[in-house]
Design a protein around this ligand. Structure first.
Ligand code: CTP
Length: 421
């Protein structure tokens, strides 16, 4: 289409980091999670042409004149128009004020190492565009903003600065540090919506060094700038996080089944030292969706009660099931993961995990129609008998259908000899 296109963002940064650190580009797949292409011209038209030619789906964003091109493999490429931007309201998303050439597009970006472009056009393929000295900063392992107002206009960049400096192990340049300090002291972050804060937290909590990043945010007062009540972390020890990570890895399937992404488990764990009276307000500020916030709060409120009832070894499966049934699944899940911070809680975790993985939800041992044909009147008693059959089943008392039928007969007799209310 005769448009000029460039690899930008994290992709360009990582190519140059690989070059500077003499890492083979074969390894880039471990560092580049998304590919951003900037186009001088109509990015959406280019994305449409690519999808026509090579298949895949497009998600268009007309406000920013970008399109996400998603291939069947699930891999996606962001294609954006090179643009000029303005921040009419600091803390809110910028307004696009017009088309630009690559240089100008790079100058609107966050840090010098993210303001690098590598041409992927036919006539100058591979040419490097680095108007702000990004490659020099990669050599010096330095994070540097491009203009004094950067954090004021987009305070999420303060969070991103800490995230990159820990991830890449880069120092923050002196002037940038002063601007960051000023941004924290003057609470620029207050202008950012909870949704945008949540996105930044999700990015942090999906990083390998998430705890190091939170720790750096804590020591630089950025956590308490997010909410004054988030003024400490539950541990200073990296080995506590390792134990949590091991738990998350062992329970990947369970988390997927209950649709709780690992980053939320890490968040709930990281908020254990926030006062319970303030937790709801903190969760609201961090943009956690209402339902999940309710579960996290309930997990804190009910922790001691559930631990007192369930932190014992040797319970029968039906006992575990009957106690755990009184609580919502997600509440138990957050209690289980938060409990990694408490000593001697293995029995609690093992009981809760057993319940969540094997015992709940209960499965039908005998269908309702079968119980009715055996003489049980239709109505709430059917559910009661089915529930009791399940208790016996998980305790291993019903090895086959005959045993289940026999147990059902006994239960029906017992229930029918009682007055039915
Ligand atoms: N960007 C910016 N200001 C922001 C967010 C992003 O200037 N607040 C620019 C940066 O140039 C960044 C690019 O948009 O490199 C893409 O952003 P993003 O996908 O969030 O990060 P990546 O740089 O791709 O880094 P990674 O995926 O490795 O975290």
């Amino acid at each position: 289409m005769e448009v000029k296109a460039y690899l930008v963002g994290g992709g360009a940064r990582e190519v140059m980091r690989a070059f500077v650190n003499q890492i083979s580009t074969d390894k880039l797949q471990h560092f580049v999670f998304d590919i951003d292409i900037a186009v001088e011209g109509d990015a959406i038209a280019l994305a449409e042409a690519l999808a026509d030619e090579y298949g895949g789906a497009l998600i268009r964003n007309d406000r920013f004149r970008t399109a996400k091109w998603i291939k069947e493999t699930g891999y996606s490429i962001d294609i954006a128009m090179c643009r000029r931007e303005e921040y009419p309201i600091p803390g809110k998303l910028p307004e696009v004020i017009g088309e630009a050439e690559i240089y100008e597009d790079l100058l609107r970006r966050d840090y010098s190492f993210n303001a690098i472009a590598i041409s992927i056009s036919k006539d100058d393929f591979g040419v490097l565009y680095d108007p702000t000295g990004g490659v020099g900063d990669i050599f010096n392992k330095t994070l540097r903003v491009l203009k004094p107002l950067s954090f004021f206009e987009d305070p999420t960049r303060m969070i991103r600065a800490i995230r990159y400096s820990v991830r890449l192990n880069y120092k923050i340049d002196e002037e940038t540090s002063l601007l960051l300090l000023q941004g924290i002291e003057e609470s620029y972050i207050d202008q950012v919506s909870p949704e945008r804060v949540r996105y930044e937290l999700e990015c942090i909590l999906n990083e390998d060094f998430w705890f190091g990043i939170l720790w750096a945010m804590h020591t630089s007062n950025l956590l308490s700038a997010l909410h004054p009540e988030w003024n400490q972390l539950p541990t200073v020890s990296g080995s506590d996080t390792e134990v949590l990570e091991l738990g998350i890895r062992n329970q990947e399937e369970l988390l997927e089944q209950d649709m709780v992404p690992p980053w939320l488990v890490r968040l709930s764990w990281s908020l254990v030292s926030v006062r319970i009276e303030a937790l709801w307000d903190v969760l609201k500020r961090l943009g956690v969706h209402k339902r999940l916030a309710e579960s996290m709060l309930e997990a804190r409120e009910k922790f001691d009660e559930v631990a007192a009832r369930m932190n014992h070894a040797g319970f029968s499966p039906s006992r575990i099931y009957r106690v755990c049934q009184e609580y919502a699944r997600k509440t138990l899940l957050f209690i289980a993961f938060n409990s990694y911070l408490e000593k001697n809680t293995e029995p609690l975790r093992s009981n809760l995990m057993k319940h969540l993985r094997e015992l709940s939800p209960s499965r039908t041992v005998l269908p309702g129609e079968r119980l009715i044909s055996m003489g049980l009147p239709a109505g709430p008693l059917v559910g009661k008998v089915q529930e009791e059959l399940w208790w016996r089943k998980i305790d291993g008392e019903l090895p086959d259908d005959n045993a289940a039928e026999k147990a059902a007969r006994e239960l029906i007799e017992r229930y029918l000899s009682r007055p039915i209310v």
